[in-house]
Design a protein around this ligand. Structure first.
Ligand code: B1H
Length: 798
């Protein structure tokens, strides 16, 4: 149906009638979207079935990627692209007077994630399918993804996201594959044939119903599966007194994504979600394996289970429960299989702090808790043999201690592989955060530097640049991103530079139009587009960026000899609803924008734009239009960052600290092709360990700093009263935990280097081209190929 334009049009019009019951003339954009989605599904259904068949027949090892978040964004455009039919569809629709772009824009973002961690999972799915690897995702089908952000008077307001309001064309409900999940109740222990038998009784049952979504590889027939679980009441309503409450409690499990990557409130519901995901996923994985192999003795040879951060870590005790209680295996055999099946990725150095209070855990999951206790006891015994008498060490490493379960410790003890997400991050885990575990089992630790799918973030998001690359070096880069390096010889070619800058200009124009549409503000398309888009977090230091803008503004007002190359500072960021400090920073950005944008004396040179509701689809418009990529986290805290990679492949230059994957970007492109500044991770960690930093000194000794910090509280922003006082306090009273003032001067100086480079186009576009040329390493195809070989032991199947 996609072979040529005419066939497509015919097929499209027929389905419009059969699916929507409408004639073309009365159809809406949403109808067009719905019909196209169905056509794609129809088109791939044979390959989807064939992929599953092949996996069954070949008995090949499969990987299941368990993640509490999958930040997919929109799927129509990328599915059409991956199927290689986008052009036919675009042309066919054009004949009918429909713009494919409009149809694509009518799709709601599947926003089932907070930020980098969830988007990484989505990129991984794309690479798995494209590399023909048998790998599938398991997640939760949240009714509401991450909240929609509205800005009212400069303040963030959260609205429930409604991605399912018009249904989801990509999913297929598979009720017959539902899995029962048990909460609460108690454990009965009795003896049978000389063995202890455990039975979980009086539980509240929840049905996990899978919705399967196809994951279509680029230019391949592999169609993998993303299975999202929906929580529903058990088929026969139990005769509880309050049936309605049972229904509400059950459905609440898959109602909301936690819009929270800072605090852990709603602890029980969160734990429920985590066990729900794990029990449903393992139930279905094990059922499929039993059907093929009859028993679970060889599970680890055919199945790899990946635990994305600690959220799905209960996969470890849950798999133990299945092997012990359902299969009747010995502890030793069950433990061998479990630890050889499960692998764990750590995404933050702060995970050591992730704990679950026993008094919450034990009643909710009584049998799982018993197993965790037993794991802990055996683990501590092993440590005791290894480090006799070293109580301190064992106490620090224990899985259960002082009334809490330490999720990261369970993950390390119960898996065969622990990886960080960038070299620096993995080193910090090994040498500091998890040092004792590294000493205990160094062979488990490895690094897998993150990557992003260049097919969405370059090929799809930036067709203009993609065409230039293909015209210059051919299209091999789409399948083999590392061949982007072939662009390097063109980096100093004036004709190539000219074309590169023209492409950027085109995308800046497009973004400027979008900015005008959304905010009513006109920005100078020839100004430097300096962009910081990511979750709002103190450690990501949006504050440093804002204070610097305030300094530029002050200087422009006060110093008649001072001028700058025109700049447009663009922000996009959601703050967790309960993260009040972050919300104040959002308001501060708006207050500064108000001042700067409305001051005739400065607004030719300086503009500040906050784009509301930052999400995947908006990101696709922003990255291609950026000149400068702000990656300015306090060194040592950002585990990797992935926005940095998306900017880089779109030819933006990084202004950043030596943190996360910035370090490896610098290794790849050379420090001279970035704008690095600020404390190193080692210096920061030294300060944290030994003290010695006094924010006051920087405040008193640098007039620029004193002025902008004072402006937070001295009436400079008349409409906010004392709303920014907590920001002021964080810098001075609390001694500036994230070293904003410490790095201020270096940051200002780095901005001056940015400006100097931009004034020299030959240099700028050379640097830009070099960045694109080296971005292939940061494609998730490379990351996934490494996971496949080093961790999962899987190989392509086609
Ligand atoms: C990352 C998270 C995260 N690390 C808890 N950890 C969450 C933790 O809702 N929660 O409870 C949500 C998210 N997210 C990010 O992962 C890192 O900060 C980035 O540096 C990294 O690039 C990304 C992918 O590895």
């Amino acid at each position: 149906m996609f072979t040529d334009k005419e066939t497509f049009k015919q097929a499209f019009l027929i389905r419009l009638e059969t699916l929507c019951g409408k004639q073309f003339e009365e159809s809406t954009t949403r109808d067009h979207y719905y019909v196209l989605g169905h056509m794609v599904r129809e088109h791939i259904s044979r390959h989807w079935i064939a992929t599953n068949e092949r996996n069954r027949a070949q008995k090949r090892k499969q990987v299941y990627y368990l993640s509490i978040e999958f930040l997919l964004g929109r799927l129509l455009g990328s599915n059409l692209l991956n199927l290689g039919v986008r052009q036919v569809v675009e042309e066919g629709l054009r004949d009918l007077g429909i713009r494919l772009e409009d149809v694509e824009e009518s799709e709601a973002d599947a926003g089932l994630g907070n930020g980098g961690l969830g988007r990484l999972a989505a990129c991984f799915l794309d690479s798995l399918a494209t590399l023909n690897l048998p790998g599938h995702g398991h997640g939760i089908r949240y009714k509401h993804g991450l909240f929609d952000q509205k800005i009212v008077d400069g303040y963030q307001v959260e609205l429930p996201q409604q991605w399912l309001r018009h249904g989801n064309v990509w999913e297929i409900r598979k009720e017959e594959l539902a899995v029962e999940v048990n909460f609460w109740g108690k454990v009965e222990v009795y003896e049978q044939n000389g063995c202890l038998v455990f039975r979980h009784i009086d539980s509240k049952k929840v049905m996990a119903v899978p919705y399967d979504m196809p994951v279509i590889g680029y230019g391949t027939n592999t169609v993998n599966t993303l299975r999202l679980w929906n929580a529903e009441p058990a088929k026969t309503f139990p005769l509880h007194k309050d049936v309605m409450q049972y229904k509400r409690e059950t459905e609440a499990i898959s109602e909301f994504l936690y819009p929270d990557d800072a605090h852990d409130e709603g602890k029980i519901l969160r734990l429920k979600q985590q066990y729900f995901l794990v029990a449903a996923s393992l139930g279905s994985i094990v059922r499929a394996h039993r059907l093929q192999h009859g028993n679970l003795h060889q599970l680890h040879e055919y199945v790899a289970i990946h635990v994305n951060d600690t959220h799905p870590v209960l996969a470890i005790p849950e798999l133990m429960r299945i092997l012990l209680d359902e299969e009747g295996m010995s502890w030793e055999e069950a433990w061998h299989i479990t630890t050889h099946t499960i692998a764990y990725t750590n995404h933050t150095t702060l995970s050591e702090r992730l704990r679950m209070a026993i008094h919450l855990f034990q009643p909710l999951l009584p049998r799982i808790y018993m197993i965790v206790e037993e794991i802990n006891e055996r683990f501590c015994r092993e440590l005791w043999e290894r480090y006799p008498g070293d109580w301190g060490r064992i106490e620090q490493m224990a899985i259960i201690a002082h009334g809490v379960v330490k999720m990261a410790h369970l993950a390390i003890a119960g898996s065969h592989s622990v990886n960080g997400v960038a070299k620096l991050h993995t080193e910090i885990l090994k040498q500091r955060e998890m040092r004792l575990f590294y000493e205990w089992a160094p062979h488990k630790f490895n690094n897998k530097t993150n990557g992003v799918t260049h097919r969405r973030w370059l090929l799809k998001a930036n067709p203009e640049l993609s065409a230039l690359i293909t015209d210059t070096t051919g299209s091999r880069w789409i399948h083999e991103p590392e061949t982007l390096i072939e662009l390097k010889p063109h980096a100093s070619d004036p004709a190539f530079q000219q074309a590169l800058s023209a492409v950027k200009q085109q995308r800046k124009g497009k973004l400027a139009a979008r900015i005008y549409e959304k905010t009513g503000i006109r920005v100078d398309e020839s100004s430097i587009f300096d962009v910081q888009v990511k979750r709002l977090h103190a450690y990501k230091r949006q504050l440093l960026n804002v204070l610097h803008i305030m300094y530029l503004y002050n200087r422009l007002k006060e110093d008649p000899h001072f001028s700058i190359y025109p700049r447009t500072f663009i922000f996009g960021a959601k703050a967790s609803p309960g993260y009040y400090y972050a919300k104040r920073i959002i308001k501060l950005i708006h207050s500064v924008a108000d001042k700067v944008n409305n001051d005739k004396q400065t607004n030719e040179q300086l503009k500040v734009i906050f784009l509301e509701n930052y999400r995947v689809s908006l990101a696709e418009e922003i990255f291609p239009a950026a000149d400068v990529s702000e990656q300015i986290s306090t060194a040592s805290i950002e585990a990797s960052g992935t926005g940095n990679m998306k900017f880089m492949m779109n030819g933006a230059l990084t202004l950043g600290t030596l943190d996360g994957a910035n370090v490896e970007i610098a290794e790849a492109v050379g420090k001279e092709n970035m704008f690095l500044f600020g404390l190193t991770a080692e210096e920061v960690l030294n300060y944290y360990e030994h003290g010695g930093y006094r924010a006051h000194e920087y405040y008193h000794h640098d007039k620029r700093i004193k002025q902008v910090v004072d402006q937070l509280v001295n009436g400079f922003f008349p409409d906010v009263a004392d709303y920014f006082e907590p920001i002021y306090d964080s810098l001075l009273t609390q001694n500036d935990e994230y070293f904003v003032l410490r790095d201020f001067a270096a940051y200002t100086e780095a901005h001056e280097r940015v400006e100097a480079a931009y004034r020299d186009p030959a240099r700028w576009w050379y640097m830009s081209a070099v960045n694109i040329a080296h971005s292939g390493y940061f494609a998730s195809d490379r990351t996934i190929a490494e996971y496949a070989v080093d961790i999962w032991g899987i190989s392509p199947s086609m």
